[in-house]
Ligand binder design. Sequence first.
Ligand SMILES: NC(=O)c1ccc[n+]([C@@H]2O[C@H](COP(=O)([O-])OP(=O)(O)OC[C@H]3O[C@@H](n4cnc5c(N)ncnc54)[C@H](O)[C@@H]3O)[C@@H](O)[C@H]2O)c1
Ligand SMILES: *[C@@H]1O[C@H](CO)[C@@H](O)[C@H](O)[C@H]1NC(C)=O
Ligand SMILES: *[C@@H]1O[C@H](CO)[C@@H](O)[C@H](O)[C@H]1NC(C)=O
Ligand SMILES: *[C@@H]1O[C@H](CO)[C@@H](O)[C@H](O)[C@H]1NC(C)=O
Length: 333
Amino acid sequence: LPLKSIVLVTGAAGQIAYSLLFSIAKGDVFGKDQPIILLLLDIAPMLPVLEGVVMELQDCALPLLREIVPTDKEEVAFKDLDAAILVGSMPRKEGMERKDLLKANVAIFKSQGTALEKYAKKTVKVLVVGNPANTNCLIAAKSAPSIPKENFSCLTRLDHNRARSQVAMRCGVPATHVRNVIIWGNHSSTQYPDVHHCLVNMSGSDLACFDAVKDDAWLKGDFISTVQQRGAAVIKARKLSSAMSAAKAICDHMRDIWSGTPEGEFISMGVYSSGNSYGVPDDLIYSFPVQIKDKTWKVVDGLAINDFSRSKMDATAAELIEERDTAVTFLGV
Ligand SMILES: NC(=O)c1ccc[n+]([C@@H]2O[C@H](COP(=O)([O-])OP(=O)(O)OC[C@H]3O[C@@H](n4cnc5c(N)ncnc54)[C@H](O)[C@@H]3O)[C@@H](O)[C@H]2O)c1
Ligand SMILES: *[C@@H]1O[C@H](CO)[C@@H](O)[C@H](O)[C@H]1NC(C)=O
Ligand SMILES: *[C@@H]1O[C@H](CO)[C@@H](O)[C@H](O)[C@H]1NC(C)=O
Ligand SMILES: *[C@@H]1O[C@H](CO)[C@@H](O)[C@H](O)[C@H]1NC(C)=O
């Protein structure tokens, strides 16, 4: 282990960061004995707010948190990083065209990818959360050619956790008794939450999800749309986005990169598709089932895919291809 882990969180004055930073700083992600330096990036107008977040982190009096560096400068924020959690992005504003929003995000993630290339360790692990997360992640990876593409991932763990909990509530078991759900594709309403390989531990033994739930119509209908629409449902109820559960999912995702996934289990994350898995086209960041060992992920191969799943996996890939092809036209701008 390095003496201190250097961890960047961008969007550090925002809602997700407010839930996330405490968990990282107290050791939930990088280990209970791992001292941490936190670099906190936000845009200049947010620096006064960020100062308040820094004060609160100081006031937590945490044993592992050795240094906190708030900044609006990329050359400070990206220096010598071990881990980068890119939460900040351009939000959709009233009347903003989809294309203009994408263009603004390409500019941000091109710049941050370039900063990773210039200043971070080559072994840095990069997690992109800010939406459109898959495409932002691809742009960052393309802008940092000397860092392996495998070291970039985007967050679909929140969708994964939502799927797990929906099944668990239906079966009356804790969420931890449901494993191997899969989120395929984009972190959007075209994502495909797949339970064909999911196991539910009921009364001490593992049942296939369809046998545990005993309601195929629900699993192929309302279950899928509930998970797909969950983010919007939280916003409607709370009038704010799902910051607490997003922060929890970020911790799950990074902790698994650092420490590995449990034996026999897989999780979902958006990773670089090289065209070799499940017929997903190459050069996309696409959410797959993965297992992680020694800080290296592998797509879980050989799972049977039926026609129902195939068409949903292709639809979400098509969406990502379209978004990528528009995004790369902004790269030269
Ligand atoms: N992938 C997922 O599962 C998932 C889940 C929830 C939210 N999100 C996304 O995460 C992002 C953050 O959500 P939030 O609720 O914290 O939003 P927020 O608006 O509360 O905070 C975002 C912060 O990012 C900052 N920011 C904007 N541009 C920046 C830049 N170029 N560099 C550094 N900081 C910058 C803003 O100033 C703001 O402080 C949003 O894009 C949201 O859509 C993704
Ligand atoms: C992919 O998902 C992101 C995140 O929800 C969304 O912003 C984006 O619009 C989606 N892509 C397309 C092409 O719909
Ligand atoms: C299933 O849950 C029981 C507790 O209810 C536990 O003892 C057992 O180890 C679990 N089995 C698996 C495969 O996780
Ligand atoms: C990141 O890249 C390094 C090589 O620089 C490699 O050893 C490591 O396994 C990669 N991490 C992931 C998560 O793929």
